[in-house]
Design a protein around this ligand. Structure first.
Ligand code: FE
Length: 338
């Protein structure tokens, strides 16, 4: 199987991103998700169907690229994380709705666009990593509580403008309104041990190093750190805790797939979408990346299960996506990263 690992910057928009277009049975993917995760999925799909998968791994500009390529785009599918990125692709007009009984059976209603433009493949919770030494049991309760002065100088987080943070702020807006969300965000900022910087794992490293006591991060990073020789010590220094909204549950986001508007290999693209929601593919997501599988009857990896169960927040992802612009405005207004 031919697989292309391509950085966006390596090609001008006019250059063909895939080496060949002559195979009858192929499907082309633009992916924000990493090769280590996607390769086992595409290998399994090709093995089962004989359909060749070409993947261009992009770091940024995926939607812009699709817009520039328009009807000439070779891409059939977009693979990405976060409801905001999926919603942005829909808003940009580069996706098309998909009708499929298999997808409807495998993806709970909560996790797909009612119109069929995007389909969730896995979930992840945005949780609190807490120092085993410095955070007593029961001290972390709600997201709202992170603004309490008792956390002063004790919180680490990544940038306020990152999609993971924006989704949490959007959820806060949906739960309590903009005014309260702004006060909360100011409170969290006042409690930061350092300016927002680095990725989710860098915050856990900072806890390990004694710079802060708690951080916000996605669940699967715990699994990834435990598998890494250097990072295992960071992971071992923290507990995984599931805060809730005062009037809801734990904040959950998705990874997902969408079919491009101009998909040249529509039938194969649909087959691949359906495959990604199958028990076989869901198990790869669960075991290779420690995400929560989405299809009914599928189970999380044992490591993930060992962190405990939680109540998923009842917020509709479409509503959350609707507040993402307001969330960015708040982050800028309170100068969260400043
Ligand atoms: Fe991530």
């Amino acid at each position: 199987m031919l697989r292309l690992t391509t950085a966006l910057t390596a090609f001008s928009v006019a250059a063909p991103i895939f080496a060949s277009a002559a195979f009858a049975q192929e499907v082309n993917v633009y992916s924000y998700r990493q090769p280590e995760l996607i390769a086992p999925l595409t290998d399994a799909f090709t093995e089962e169907t004989g359909i060749k998968v070409n993947v261009a791994y992009l770091k940024k500009g995926l939607v812009e690229r699709l817009k520039a390529e328009a009807a000439r785009s070779p891409a059939d599918l977009i693979l990405t994380v976060d409801i905001s990125r999926l919603a942005s692709a829909v808003d940009a007009g580069v996706t098309q709705p998909v009708e499929s009984d298999t997808l409807k059976a495998n993806v709970p209603d909560l996790y797909h666009d009612p119109a069929g433009n995007w389909w969730g493949l896995t979930t992840r919770a945005r949780i609190v990593y807490a120092s085993k030494d410095r955070v007593p049991e029961g001290e972390v309760t709600t997201y709202e509580d992170l603004a309490d002065p008792k956390w002063k100088g004790r919180i680490c987080t990544r940038s306020g403008t990152h999609v993971y943070t924006l989704a949490l702020v959007a959820a806060m807006i949906e739960h309590h309104g903009e005014e309260t969300a702004k006060t909360w965000l100011e409170g969290v900022k006042a409690n930061l041990a350092r300016k927002p910087q680095g990725n989710d794992r860098a915050q856990v490293k900072a806890i390990w190093a004694g710079e802060c006591d708690i951080s916000l991060g996605n669940t699967y990073y715990m699994g990834k750190m435990l598998k890494d020789d250097e990072q295992k010590a960071w992971a071992d220094s923290v507990n995984v805790l599931f805060p809730t909204f005062e009037n809801g549950g734990t904040h959950v986001n998705i990874s997902g797939v969408a079919m491009t508007k101009s998909a040249p290999n529509k039938d194969n693209a649909l087959k691949m979408m359906e495959f990604l929601t199958s028990p076989e593919a869901q198990k790869i997501y669960a075991d290779a990346n420690f995400e929560y599988p989405i299809a009914p009857g599928t189970e999380a990896n044992d490591v993930v299960k060992s962190w405990g169960s939680f109540t998923v927040d009842n917020l509709n992802l479409m509503e959350l996506a609707g507040s993402r612009a307001a969330a960015l405005k708040l982050v800028e207004e309170v100068d969260f990263d400043g």
